[in-house]
Ligand binder design. Sequence first.
Ligand code: HAM
Length: 431
Amino acid sequence: MSKSVAKKIQAIRGMNDLLPSESPRWQFFEGIVRQLMQRYGFAEIRTPIVEQTALFARSIGEVTDIVEKEMYTFEDRNGDSLTLRPEGTASCVRAAMENGLLYNQTQRLWYQGPMFRHERPQKGRYRQFHQVGIEAYGFEGPDIDAEVILLSARLWKELGLMEHVTLELNSLGSSEARAAYRDKLVAYFEQHRDVLDEDAKRRLTSNPLRILDSKNPAMAEMLDGAPRLLDNLDEPSQAHFEQLKAMLDAAGIAYVINPRLVRGLDYYSRTVFEWTTTALGSQGTVCAGGRYDGLVEQLGGKPTPGVGFAMGVERLILLLETLDLIPDEAGSDVYLLAMDDTATVAAITLAEQLRSELPWLRLQLHCGGGSFKSRMKKADKSGAAYALLLGEDEIAEHTVTLKALRDDQAQQRVPQAMLAHTLSERLPNTP
Ligand code: HAM
């Protein structure tokens, strides 16, 4: 009789587990981000992961890569078309409108969480990935553009990344100026039709500005000669851009003007920017954003300017790892173990007592029995600095044996009444 072996179910391609060995690095990053948002006066918003498909189609744009080929779209049991969010801006605008957050007031919001795009997975590009984003509403002037960029710059400084990233900056002008420029650009591309690749030919009618973004070396020379959007800006957008540059100069933030930076989402106007690195190969954009002054109105709200960015958390963690910029953190301070099963109850009691006395202490209690040797092995593997051992003798004399696991300090019997004090003195992360 043949035994059938059940086929193991695997995770979906491009969607990753975050393993316990990796999560401390994410927590390190997320902790710094959360504090930074508070320091700049941004409040967290959490929106659903699923939205109506029309929200993304209308905001990101029908003829973008995201909407045309990357969205996870499905019909729910009511027959409604729903989509796993491919980004956070559209959801944020919807939530802000729906909850009256834009009514005669300004808002500075931030969010974090998983986003979904059906792209070809590779290093730094996944189908479920995570963004941290910020969005500010109701501010017209370039001061908020500067503030948003300065927030990101401070994050790089505090993570030690500043010298590894470059700020690329451009302005897309008003939608009217862009429409006029679009006609000029199409006329130019028509003259060079023989050099256009298939993708560019397809975009010529649907989204010609995106052709500027092409990395195809065969088109590089032709693209260098194309009319520049920056030379065709409307006057108010030009002034906005000049003021922003002056603010960044005053703040000592270096940038590179990239006249071909157009972004892959349709909602942008005026300022656009990307922080890029050369240390990650082809997926080198770690943070990207800009202004989207028309989006709220386009989604049915009262005209309200918006600006923001989103960063790719996987890419930033990869970058921090590549540059060895994440401090190693041991999982625990102490590992408390009963030397044999007769001391288990006393060990549990002591563990809880210590957790009450020292709320900052990271204490792992041995569970699961085993020989003394195997208990000590687990203590060592826990990464803890000290083991606390409880046996018959210790229980009888109300002491505990304190044993250093990472250096050769002599082991010591400490009265249980003195233990909290001793640990506070010995451990480096005592508050
Ligand atoms: P985005 O350029 O599509 O912009 O994405 C922002 C960042 O998310 C990228 O620079 C990258 O770091 C990360 N990212 C995007 N796709 C992937 C992927 N498949 N795998 C890993 N990381 C990825 C937006 O999403 C806009 N909502 C940003 C924004 C906010 N603009 C204004 N406000």
